[in-house]
Design a protein around this ligand. Structure first.
Ligand code: CA
Ligand code: CA
Ligand code: CA
Length: 465
């Protein structure tokens, strides 16, 4: 039961108190307290136990298909943002404001973090990105965080992409791969990291609030660069794009949009903010999620040189000031194209009202059943929803029917057919584990957790002794 439910219950009893006589009210209250105790007792869970409908004081996720269920993997993280698998039942998880990496092995967390760095913590700042690259002789761990000068919560030095090596339960030999702007901030830092089928490292970085409107946000300091589609804008500085580097931090080839640094590291641009990146396991195409300003959240197919159009378009609408939806602009013609190398394309899916999409992943396994294999899952932070999409035949778009055939979720209820689950809280990551099941990170101060989606008929997994 969450806080809202508690408040509703309190309101209910206050109303009863006013309406009933004292004796009847005491009877009703006793019944209520008893029911609360019963619900409360069902909250104790162990690793692998089915959590549907049994949780207390935290999210009670619902999953709609009868052939799937949700299990608890780990509860009690502090603002967890993402996870990465080192091996089966071996998960690295990061906590935003602590600047930590912890290891959860067979459901048990390391007694202390395997890495703890100083991070700035305001809004989107903090430890926000992780990816693992298992090599023959070593395991690389890529981390993206807002490095702070002296302590957690300190002054932001920059948004850094580091490479560490995992050895004997420690992250060692940090190598700074990218030193990116953290100002004006403190929002739109991005943070999705994915290793491509080409073995390179892809990182989403938002506009770091550089496209803010000084007329609306008083403290805002505008930074207008070419990757935000300002023709005569400032030089490119690493913001508003998807960056690609080798595992050593070098440029791949001669660059897609140009050969000057850091433009040569852009795989895509015109991105306001993105919390989700992943490669289609069938085609090798990159997909992303993007966050619009209260409207125009997106799912995009990201070809090399992709321009998402920000800040000249969000969804299919021309921004009107910072927060308002302007007119429809299907082919915006005033975009920066870096000498014809950049190419705008409209989203493959749009939420007209913001849902705050985050992680995007492909179910590259048949462990949940053939009917989910290679389908697309997206999580969000505003509605606690797990979205489920089929791709079209050649996998260049989504297979959308009825009212969704226009590629736009115009109304909340229009989306019933593409919602796999509800009430997950704030989903910040979704990964398919080495066991083929789908893992979900829920962001919360006290009840941060990792959940796992498995077939409904599978037996709960016990922790290894
Ligand atoms: Ca720290
Ligand atoms: Ca776009
Ligand atoms: Ca529609």
């Amino acid at each position: 039961m969450n806080q809202i439910a508690y408040k509703l219950l309190l309101l209910f009893y206050l109303t009863l108190f006013v309406k009933l006589n004292r004796k009847r009210f005491v009877i009703a209250l006793s019944f209520g307290i008893l029911s609360l105790i019963l619900i409360g007792n069902s909250c104790s869970l162990s690793y692998g136990q089915d959590v549907q409908g049994t949780k207390f004081g935290r999210v009670v996720p619902k999953i709609y298909p009868h052939d799937l269920k949700v299990e608890e993997v780990f509860l009690g993280l502090h603002f967890p943002t993402r996870m990465a698998f080192v091996g089966p039942d071996d998960i690295l998880v990061i906590e935003k404001n602590n600047g930590t990496v912890s290891r959860i092995l067979n459901g048990t967390i390391s007694s202390r973090p395997i890495l703890d760095v100083n991070v700035a913590t305001k809004m989107d700042r903090g430890m926000v990105g992780i990816a693992v690259l298992n090599g023959l002789n070593r395991t690389y761990v890529f981390l993206y965080f807002t490095e702070a000068d002296s302590k957690d919560g300190g002054k932001a030095l920059g948004n850094m992409l580091y490479r560490y090596e995992l050895q004997n339960d420690k992250l060692i030999r940090p190598k700074l791969l990218l030193d990116l702007p953290a100002t004006p901030g403190p929002i739109h830092n991005g943070g999705a990291i994915v290793i491509g089928p080409d073995g390179n490292v892809y990182l989403s970085v938002g506009d770091i609030h550089g496209s803010c409107d000084v007329n609306v946000t008083r403290s805002c300091h505008t930074v207008k660069t070419k990757t935000q589609n300002y023709h005569n804008g400032d030089d490119v500085d690493g913001r508003a794009g998807i960056l690609r580097v080798t595992p050593d931090g070098d440029t791949v080839g001669s660059g897609i949009l140009g050969n000057s640094d850091p433009l040569n590291k852009y795989y895509a641009y015109g991105i306001r903010n993105s919390f989700g990146l992943n490669f289609d396991p069938v085609t090798g195409n990159l997909w992303d999620t993007e966050n619009g300003p209260y409207y125009g959240d997106e799912i995009n197919l990201v070809k090399p040189g992709f321009n998402s159009g920000w800040d000249k378009v969000a969804g299919i609408w021309k921004p009107n000031g910072t927060f308002n939806m302007g007119g429809i602009t299907l082919k915006p013609n005033n975009l920066e194209d870096f000498g014809g190398k950049g190419k705008y394309s409209a989203p493959e899916f749009i939420w007209s009202h913001t849902t705050g999409p985050t992680a995007i992943t492909f179910v590259n396994t048949d462990k949940l059943g053939k009917q989910y294999q290679n389908d697309l899952l997206v999580g969000d932070v505003h509605n606690g929803r797990l979205w489920h999409f089929d791709l079209n035949e050649n996998r260049t778009g989504l297979s959308l029917k009825g009212e969704l055939a226009d590629k736009i979720a115009n109304y909340y209820n229009e989306t019933a057919g593409i919602v796999l689950g509800d009430d997950f809280g704030e989903i910040t990551d979704i990964k398919v584990g080495p066991d083929g099941y789908v893992y979900v990170v829920v962001y919360s101060k006290q009840y941060g957790e990792i959940l796992r989606i498995v077939p409904a008929d599978s037996t709960p997994k016990s922790p290894e002794k």
